[in-house]
Ligand binder design. Structure first.
Ligand code: H2B
Length: 93
């Protein structure tokens, strides 16, 4: 899978904002009512990650979950990460 350039990533993120490019990754912080709801989201994300065999870095801080995506094989952000970002957005509920 091709690594996308910074301008390509920025252009793609403008449309589906909420995600920001940070170095060779994209990330978004999702906020929930409490820790349990945050963890339920994490579990939905985990199930999806297994299905597509693409696994985000996940940081949980009580009611906030930060997902950080990159494609290690490509050494940066690829289409795979942008597709995963949209799926994660849909799992937010
Ligand atoms: N997840 C992430 N975030 N980046 C990868 O490059 C990656 C992955 N590679 N999950 C996948 C697994 C690869 O090892 C398998 C073979 O698809």
């Amino acid at each position: 899978m091709n690594k996308l350039s910074s301008p390509e990533i920025e252009a793609r993120l403008d449309k589906s904002s909420d995600w920001s490019a940070l170095g060779d990754t994209i990330s978004r912080t999702f906020e929930f009512k409490n820790f349990i709801e945050a963890m339920e989201f994490v579990n939905r994300v985990a199930e999806h990650a297994e299905e597509v065999q693409h696994h985000p870095d996940i940081l949980v801080r009580w009611n906030r979950v930060t997902l950080t995506l990159s494609t290690h094989d490509a050494g940066g952000v690829t289409e795979k990460d942008l597709v995963f970002a949209q799926a994660a957005d849909a799992l937010r509920r």
